[in-house]
Design a protein around this ligand. Structure first.
Ligand SMILES: N[C@@H](CCC(=O)N[C@@H](CS)C(=O)NCC(=O)O)C(=O)O
Length: 163
């Protein structure tokens, strides 16, 4: 598919975030669904996140911060979509502490990823504009073992094209 992430387990290469997370949840019997209704809820949010929230946050961050001379009209189009999707998540998290099933699941893990990069990369002040999302990210950061993206990712950083 020409994409990262790729997780290699015993010589088998797993790709695509959502099925990787589902596989890990099943393997470790943690952070997954315990019945059909929860499975539906997790899949619903994982699909939405892949297509909408993380899909658009990732594209916007890359174009805004790590691409020289991005077209301002294209950036504005992506930012409008990012704001739409953050608005949906903000409303949802006003009514529940975690994304699905009332507890920490792989849906939270999928959705927090691109929201956990520094503000100078995402270009979005979550605390000011999306307080429920900011509070949810704080809750996730309290979970034992949680690490920020740059604590986890080794290697050289990309050049930034915005201040
Ligand atoms: N739906 C995929 C999206 C993964 C994705 O967008 N990966 C980016 C890097 S973060 C990529 O590999 N892009 C390569 C390209 O678009 O050519 C997933 O959830 O794993």
């Amino acid at each position: 598919m020409g994409e990262i992430p790729v997780l290699e387990v015993n010589g088998r290469k797993l790709t695509q975030t959502a099925p990787i997370l589902l596989q890990l949840a099943a393997q470790y019997e943690k952070f997954g669904a315990i019945n059909d209704e929860e499975t539906y809820e997790l899949l619903r949010w994982l699909f939405w996140d892949n297509q909408k929230l993380s899909g658009e946050m990732a594209t916007y961050r890359f174009l805004r911060t790590f691409t020289p001379q991005s077209d301002p009209a294209v950036l504005a189009w992506h930012l409008a979509r990012v704001k739409d999707f953050l608005g949906i998540l903000e409303q949802h998290l006003g009514a529940t502490p975690f994304v699905a099933c009332g507890r920490l699941t792989i849906a939270d893990m999928s959705m927090c990823a691109y929201l956990s990069y520094p503000e100078d990369e995402t270009g979005i002040d979550l605390t000011a504009s999306y307080p429920n999302i900011a509070a949810w990210l704080d809750r996730l950061a309290q979970v034992p073992g949680w690490k920020s993206p740059y604590e986890l990712l080794p290697g050289k950083r990309l050049q930034k094209w915005v201040a």
